[in-house]
Design a protein around this ligand. Structure first.
Ligand SMILES: Cc1cc2nc3c(=O)[nH]c(=O)nc-3n(C[C@H](O)[C@H](O)[C@H](O)COP(=O)(O)OP(=O)(O)OC[C@H]3O[C@@H](n4cnc5c(N)ncnc54)[C@H](O)[C@@H]3O)c2cc1C
Ligand SMILES: Cc1cc2nc3c(=O)[nH]c(=O)nc-3n(C[C@H](O)[C@H](O)[C@H](O)COP(=O)(O)O)c2cc1C
Length: 550
């Protein structure tokens, strides 16, 4: 017979359902809390644990587990879950063959590594011998529906297995999530100032935007981001309605909450960002051979998503869907994030942003980013708008003000570094600051040139290196500069224990910079690729390597 483990706090691990969550913005926490409520409703004993604070060694004793976790960065665990993730993936070696579990994986299907952390956990738990008793469920940004289904089914499965000792409650359980909605945290700011940072002739337009508020909520740290709720352009919605032959004045919803179709498309649903999941849902409804062919090839499907929007989808693969069917494939319109580009210490009651307007021509039409066009074209100085703060504890200045830092970025990746430099200047931090910044051309795209040169002149910036790709025959990018200064970078990192930061474009910069740094570690440290990769992981663990790429 199996031995009962009863620690001093009275938990009977054989009977208790443990619910462990890892969450950055609160969605996984809400789902885990609801799972606990439902399990208690059924009479189960539960123990809710946060990956951030839990004692990881308890895993050896847990027998029944619901694990709820989101994915962040580029397929990474949320920073608060990193310790638990590493423990389970690298430290815990003993078999978990007494453990029964199920995973709820939260994510966003517009990311390539959709729900990766949840999938990693499921795989690793299985490898350690644990038994999945209910299959992993993926949740997109509108996570509530899938999460509710998973909670009901997974908790019921455990309830049948554990046969609760307490009596289940008679009244019907209502699956209502505790609101962690951004609505509560959203507050109004005034657009104080907005101006172009790039040359007026440059086809790449980047703006400086300062927002002001007397609201006490406007207290942030460099590294944080601002979330901006946005609306689709009427122009795009009109074109979509025309293509679909829908009447925009058609009423949607129930009595008391009736809205026009056009209003719903403008305010609620994602039209410019398209994901493989959306296309698959559409394909299921329209049964089109060409579309089936596209979804059968994952690479082509991802490429289609990168270069097309909903209007393209319904134009390339026409259908006769009714309004309800069409709306059912769309995802909710999510706010966009922008790194804070200022220090609260230097600008109390203000927050600054560095915004690149997404506007480009392709397939004989023009594409305009929903949020960046709202900020650059549709809102003026003096007007008010809602924002919320998004904390990012994994992109932070070192607590020790003497620690040197290396800031690597391209384009709007300069934003958090402006905030870092303002903060370090204000605090009279003694640590050296090195900026390696890349853009297209010195003349047109040197963002915050005067300020940066002033930081350099005043010695706040100890070292400044730039890579303007189009200013010479052979293109030069930050990753090339990094190779050139490899010896110094290695010295700063390894001997002087500097913190290295990467911010900016995921597609163009981050990949190249990581490869360059790997090469430097191999060369300067005389390490094999495996050892250099281990070093990078070690630096990440020690928070000496931090990334915020998008
Ligand atoms: C943590 C974080 C911090 C960020 N900080 C900043 C910041 O400081 N400044 C900033 O400007 N942005 C920042 N961003 C990006 C920002 O959140 C938005 O993603 C960006 O402004 C685009 O949003 P949009 O609504 O204008 O475009 P969307 O309406 O979302 O359209 C973008 C779509 O255009 C496609 N696309 C983009 N370029 C091309 C192209 N050349 N050809 C074809 N298709 C293309 C993309 O694949 C995507 O599908 C940050 C993002 C994150 C996650
Ligand atoms: C900066 C950032 C990066 C993200 N990266 C990914 C990703 O790589 N893969 C994914 O599936 N979801 C990604 N997401 C989406 C989150 O996982 C999703 O919003 C989730 O609901 C958040 O849950 P949480 O509040 O519990 O952290 C990302 C979100 C943000 C803000």
């Amino acid at each position: 017979m199996e031995k009962k483990i009863k620690p001093s706090n009275g938990i009977d691990f054989n009977k208790c359902l443990h619910i462990i969550y890892g969450s950055r913005t609160g969605n996984s926490k809400s789902a885990a809390q609801l799972a606990e409520k439902y399990a208690n409703h059924l009479g189960l004993d539960t123990c809710l644990l946060d990956m951030k604070t839990m004692n990881v060694s308890i895993m050896a004793n847990i027998k029944n587990l619901l694990l709820v976790v989101s994915t962040h960065g580029e397929g990474d665990p949320p920073a608060v879950a990193q310790k638990f993730y590493n423990y389970l993936h690298h430290t815990h070696k003993a078999s978990l063959n007494k453990l029964k579990f199920s995973v709820l994986a939260l994510g966003d299907s517009s990311y390539k590594d959709y729900c990766k952390t949840g999938k990693d956990f499921e795989k690793q738990l299985k490898e350690l011998g644990a038994q999945s008793i209910f299959p992993l469920v993926e949740c997109d940004v509108d996570y509530e529906k899938n999460a509710k289904e998973w909670i009901e089914m997974a908790v019921n499965t455990f309830s049948n297995l554990l046969r609760p000792t307490k009596k289940a409650q008679d009244k019907l359980f209502s699956f209502n999530f505790h609101s962690n909605s951004t609505d509560e945290d959203t507050f109004q700011v005034i657009v104080k100032d907005k101006y172009l940072l790039t040359h007026p002739d440059s086809d790449k337009k980047t703006f400086h935007i300062s927002l002001s508020s007397e609201n006490l909520k406007l207290s942030y740290l460099p590294g944080d981001s601002i979330g901006i709720p946005c609306h689709n352009s009427r122009f795009l919605v009109d074109k979509l309605l025309k293509q679909l032959k829908y009447d925009g004045t058609y009423s949607i919803g129930e009595k008391g909450r009736i809205r026009l179709l056009k209003q719903v498309l403008i305010e609620d649903l994602e039209l410019t960002l398209i994901t493989p999941l959306v296309i698959k849902k559409y394909a299921e409804l329209i049964k089109n051979d060409k579309l089936e062919q596209l979804i059968s090839n994952q690479t082509e499907l991802e490429q289609y998503c990168e270069r097309h929007d909903i209007l393209d989808l319904v134009t390339d693969f026409p259908s006769q869907l009714n309004h309800e069917q069409f709306l059912s494939i769309l995802r909710p319109l999510k706010p966009r994030l922008y790194s804070v580009a200022s220090s609260c210490l230097k600008y109390p009651n203000e927050v600054h942003l560095t915004l690149r307007l997404m506007k480009y021509s392709l397939h004989k039409r023009q594409y305009i980013g929903v949020s960046s066009s709202f900020l650059s074209d549709r809102i003026d100085s003096g007007e008010s708008m809602p924002i919320y703060l998004e904390e990012n504890i994994s992109f932070r200045l070192p607590e020790n003000k003497d620690t040197p830092i290396i800031m690597i970025g391209n384009g709007t990746g300069i934003a958090p570094y402006r905030a870092f430099l303002q903060e370090r200047d204000h605090c009279q931090a003694k640590g050296d600051n090195w900026l390696i910044f890349g853009e297209r051309s010195f003349k047109s795209n040197y963002l915050y040139k005067e300020e940066i040169l002033d930081f350099k002149e005043r010695g706040i910036l100890t070292r400044l290196d730039t890579a303007f790709s189009q200013d010479q025959k052979d293109k030069i990018y930050v990753q090339d500069k990094i190779i050139e200064y490899g010896h110094d970078i290695y010295d700063w990192l390894i001997n002087r224990k500097a913190v290295i930061y990467l911010c900016g474009s995921k597609r163009t910069m981050a990949k190249g910079v990581r490869e360059s740094l790997l090469g430097i570690f191999c060369k300067e440290g005389q390490l094999s690729i495996q050892e250099a990769n281990d070093l990078i992981n070690e630096l990440k663990m020690k928070k000496q390597w931090q990334e915020d790429v998008y």
